[in-house]
Design a protein around this ligand. Structure first.
Ligand code: MF3
Ligand code: CO
Length: 250
């Protein structure tokens, strides 16, 4: 499958899907609190998505059972919401949400602290991970390469003493949730596919406090850090345009 470039009209549709995802995540951020379960977040998200007239993108995708991925602490991505997982003060929770509206997908993620205060080291993990996403976005320019995006993310993460997950990567997005190209959060400048006008990339750094190695739990979905350290995840969908990067998920 080749990389699909989108017209301005298609990008406008993706902006609408992206805007819904953003509103859902903004709402969920206010729901996160000690005592709330990850299944509470799931139910809140499903109601919001339907309210906006969109459809959840993840539920049923390769038989994934939920609307959200909710990944707590050492969980990196693809945590499955559960009424048994109660958020506690000092936890961090990554919330990943995708929707489809009028045939076009939107996909974004945030990591949120639970309760009034978390460990300052974890606060730094969240800050550096989100900053690394914006370092990557800054590289989304016609003529740059996928390696420029990954290198920018990687340099910022490793420069701050954290590590980048290799086993999971960002992706193209459009009329399918996952399109070409893959968008790793590591790489070499000038390497990989060249960015062309109309490409839309979901950039999603997954950053571990400790070592980069991962494993997948017995539920076949939940990816965790091999060393048990905490992990953060932020994601935006970004269009390549003549005017530089345009974030569609805001
Ligand atoms: N944002 C994640 C991704 O792009 C969500 C996929 S979860 C799945 O891979 F359930 F849909 F697979
Ligand atoms: Co994604």
């Amino acid at each position: 499958m080749a990389i699909v470039c989108k017209t301005a009209a298609e990008i406008e549709k993706m902006r609408r899907s992206g805007h819904i995802v953003r509103q859902v995540l903004d709402y969920l951020r206010t729901v996160v609190a000690p005592g709330v379960t990850t299944m509470d977040l799931e139910h809140a998200a499903e109601a919001k998505i339907r309210e906006f007239g969109a459809k959840p993108a993840f539920k049923g995708y390769y038989d994934y059972p939920c609307v959200l991925c909710t990944s707590v602490n050492e969980e990196i991505v693809h945590g499955i919401p559960s009424e048994k997982r109660t958020l506690e003060t000092g936890d961090i929770v990554s919330i990943d949400c995708g929707v489809v509206l009028d045939g076009y997908y939107g996909d974004a993620a945030i990591t949120v602290p639970v309760g009034a205060k978390i460990d300052p080291e974890l606060e730094k993990l969240l800050k550096v991970t989100e900053e690394s996403l914006y370092r990557g976005i800054e590289q989304v320019r016609i003529g740059n390469s996928i390696g420029d995006v990954g290198a920018a993310v990687q340099e910022h993460v490793e420069g701050n003493g954290f590590s980048v997950v290799r086993e999971f990567v960002g992706h193209g997005i459009g009329t399918r949730l996952h399109e070409e190209p893959q968008v790793p959060n590591y790489g070499s400048r000038g390497h990989g596919a060249r960015l062309r006008e109309g490409m839309v990339l979901a950039i999603e750094p997954m950053v571990n406090f400790g070592k980069p190695e991962t494993r997948v739990l017995g539920d076949k979905w939940t990816a965790v850090t091999a060393d048990g350290s905490c992990s953060a995840h932020f994601e935006h969908c970004v269009a390549v345009t003549k005017n530089g990067p345009v974030i569609l998920t805001q």
